[in-house]
Design a protein around this ligand. Structure first.
Ligand code: HOZ
Length: 436
């Protein structure tokens, strides 16, 4: 069928072995390739914009570890910082200077982050932020958007994107109905539905959590007025506005989506880039809120590996390099993503395939649908079977895309014009193969 696994016999063997010990052969669902068929590519090593698999093939990488590797894989300065930190000891469970340095830099780049707490993943950041919102407001309910994914916390899996969308999971056993019933779900970009939800639940809402650019149902930008409405309604009703910038932070702009769109949340969650490829999440925002976290305040949250020195070194070095790159770097990545999407949509049209796409800064997505795509309901109309065939046609031509129609793609500092041209040449061939 669609996947030519004969090109990757070693990956096949490793996957078979993995399936005996790991559920589905993986440690996170989307990478199992169930959204596209076939079996996953096992990676041997990576450098810059390239992945190298255990079967000796090289791929142009538009996943970038799902976002963190914006500087490219194995960036020498980041690797040196990791090595130096590891030589001094890999975990102390006691404070280090690097934690404050990272917090200072994040606060400089994202001024709404007046105070913050480091954790070890984006999921941990979002579930801690939700607890803070509930604790600070004394209210039970949260409002999220269909197709947005905020990690796998119990309150946040309702109508979620990413792996939940990829696998078509309607609800997750193990999440108590009384927990799920406190999550109100509304269509992304639907201003009238937001107003209606606030009219019904406004005084019960602890927070609204939103991906300010959705990246877990493909890539969907906020329509004008959407984020502004969330800010207005949360302020009016006393709910907190949480921007989940795990994907968008330091990616759609150096200052994240909040800088790009000029809307300031009460709380922000970060992950991916902030750890420079190591496991780091951060939640933070208004000082009066963060001061309610233990030991300053009564809302408890803790972690032995929080602020881990090796992870801090990777994150800090990555953020410093991004800040040094400044507008020139961000403009370059933005134009690479835009050129890629325009090229892909145009090539699809040449072979009679309906496609539309979106890029915001250094993230992008293409849907095999006429579009426009503004919501999860729109995204679900796209042809996912065709996406699976095209994904494998691209893989066989040396381009590694996210193995799901419901994930954003990412470009980084290493995606030069030449690499984008090579990708488009591969795509022309791939579209002809799947259309023919
Ligand atoms: N949730 C991430 C993608 N949005 C991780 C996917 C994976 O590694 O399975």
């Amino acid at each position: 069928m669609i996947a030519d696994t004969s090109r990757r016999p070693r990956s096949g063997e490793l996957f078979e072995a993995a399936c005996k010990r790991l559920p589905g052969g993986v440690n996170s669902p989307v990478r199992a390739f169930r959204g596209v068929g076939g079996t996953p590519v096992f990676i041997d090593h990576a450098e810059g914009p390239y992945l190298h698999c255990v079967d000796g093939h090289r791929y142009i990488d538009y996943v970038g570890s799902w976002g963190p590797m914006i500087l490219g894989h194995a960036h020498p300065t980041v690797v040196a910082a990791i090595e130096a930190a590891a030589r001094r000891g890999s975990s102390f469970g006691a404070p280090t200077e690097a934690e404050t340095e990272l917090a200072e830099l994040v606060a400089t780049l994202m001024p709404s982050m007046e105070m913050m707490r480091c954790v070890s993943s984006g999921t941990e950041a979002t579930l801690s932020a939700i607890r803070l919102a509930r604790g600070a407001t004394g209210r039970p309910r949260i409002l999220k958007f269909s197709g947005c994914y905020h990690g796998h916390g119990d309150s946040l899996l309702a109508d979620a994107g990413s792996g939940v969308a990829t696998l078509g999971i309607p609800g997750t056993p193990g999440v108590l109905p009384e927990v799920a019933s406190n999550t109100i779900t509304v269509a992304y970009n639907d201003l009238a539905a937001v107003e209606a939800a606030f009219a019904t639940h406004g005084d019960q809402l602890a927070c609204v959590i939103v991906e300010p650019v959705a990246g877990n149902m493909g890539c969907i930008a906020p329509v004008p007025g959407f984020l502004e409405l969330l800010r207005r309604e949360t302020t009016r009703t006393g709910a907190l506005l949480i921007f989940d910038e795990v994907m968008t932070g330091f990616r759609v702009a150096l200052g994240g989506a909040q800088a790009r769109y000029g809307v300031t949340p009460d709380l922000t969650t970060l992950g991916k880039i902030v750890g420079g490829g190591m496991p780091v999440g951060v939640y933070g925002g208004r000082r009066d809120l963060l001061e309610q976290i233990a030991p300053s305040g009564p809302i408890y949250q803790a972690g032995t590996l929080s602020g881990n020195p090796v992870a801090m070194a990777a994150g800090l070095t990555t953020l410093r390099l991004l800040a040094e790159g400044g507008d020139a770097l961000y403009d370059r990545m933005e134009s690479a993503a835009a050129r890629l999407v325009d090229g892909l949509v145009g090539l699809a049209a040449e072979v009679g395939i309906d496609a539309c796409g979106e890029s915001v800064g250094a993230m992008f997505g293409v849907f095999f649908a006429a579009g426009p795509v503004h919501s999860y309901a729109d995204a679900k109309k796209a042809d996912t079977a065709l996406f699976g065939r095209w994904f494998h046609a691209m893989l066989d031509r040396g381009v590694y895309l996210a193995p799901s129609a419901f994930e954003a793609g990412f470009v980084g500092a290493g995606h030069s014009d030449t690499i984008v041209d090579q990708t488009l040449a591969a795509a022309r061939d791939a579209f002809e193969a799947v259309a023919g």
